[in-house]
Design a protein around this ligand. Structure first.
Ligand code: AMP
Length: 282
């Protein structure tokens, strides 16, 4: 596995692969890899000749009071895991090269509408940061295919919208959420949890499952269901940020005709913000 920080070197390898007709898949990450990330890589390998993974903790997508500095960085371990999986190239660009003119001057990509709701409302500017870095990485790697986790459901929709709107020549794949045995969605941020909080954390997913079950049984009083769910989470020590029932394709409040739904949730346990979602048909 090649480990490359230098953007021209990455482009050189990219050209070589293209000349040899290789299909290139790309998995962007912020590192501190867990099985969720590795499952994206495994899925990418099924569809491509060469898999490129990037590790870049992107300052542009963190708010001023968020965990940019504390975000776990475990490059050596990550590289070993990726090598074992047969990744061709690990791209680890430097902040100074990515944002060469400084963050303040950086041209940005913003997907309107979908970026401002739900998580975007709680984290202003977050999806602008995500869309901008993913667009830049796509321009550098120029993959044929790109793989993202459904764990970050809204992010996946933002990326798909960006690719469509900007006529980008690549295919975006969503990969189902990888969970711990007790149902907690794997996340690099789970390690911020205390032992006590870690015991409570799976309740978030359990509550979403209960909500899905109620809707499948015919309940349509979404706001009542959501309020009860929030109350339950509060009782268990969560501070719910949002719980939303939305149409899966548009993330808008569902109309009577919408049958493809998603429940999206974010809740704090102490200072740790957990997110999760379930997509379902009824
Ligand atoms: P991150 O390093 O958190 O930015 O995540 C990099 C990619 O891995 C994103 O596409 C995430 O949606 C995906 N990802 C993170 N956690 C999981 C998980 N538990 N299951 C599936 N994909 C995940």
């Amino acid at each position: 596995m090649q480990v490359i920080s230098d953007i021209p070197l990455l482009r050189q390898q990219r050209r070589e692969w293209q000349n040899n007709g290789r299909v290139i898949a790309f998995v962007p990450t912020m590192g501190n890899l867990h099985q969720g990330h590795l499952n994206l890589v495994r899925e990418a390998k099924k569809h491509a000749d060469e898999v490129v993974v990037s590790i870049f903790v992107n300052p542009m997508q963190f708010g001023p009071d968020e965990d940019l500095e504390a975000y776990p960085r475990t490059l050596e371990r990550d590289a070993l895991l990726l090598e074992e999986l047969g990744v061709s190239l690990l791209f680890v660009p430097k902040v100074a090269d990515i944002y060469a003119r400084g963050l303040e001057q950086q041209t940005f990509v913003e997907v309107p509408g979908i970026s401002y709701m739900i998580c975007g409302a709680s984290r202003p500017g977050h999806f602008r940061g995500v869309a901008t870095i993913v667009c830049k990485l796509f321009n550098m790697v120029q993959p044929n295919l790109a793989f993202f986790g459904e764990k970050d459901f809204q992010q996946l929709q933002v990326i798909k919208a960006m690719v469509t709107d900007l006529s980008m020549n690549l295919q975006v794949f969503g990969v189902p959420t990888t969970r711990e045995d007790d149902g907690l969605a794997m996340s690099s941020r789970n390690q911020y949890l205390t032992a006590q909080q870690r015991l409570i954390a799976p309740i978030l997913y359990a509550q979403l499952q209960a909500l899905v079950a109620s809707i499948k049984q015919g309940r349509r009083d979404f706001s009542k269901l959501v309020s009860a769910c929030k109350a339950h989470l509060l009782e268990h020590g969560f501070s719910p940020d949002y719980i939303e029932v939305r149409a899966a394709q548009t993330l808008m409040p569902p109309s009577h005709e919408d049958t493809d739904l998603v429940i999206l949730a974010a809740a704090f346990l102490g200072k740790t913000r957990l997110i999760d979602n379930i997509q379902f048909q009824f």
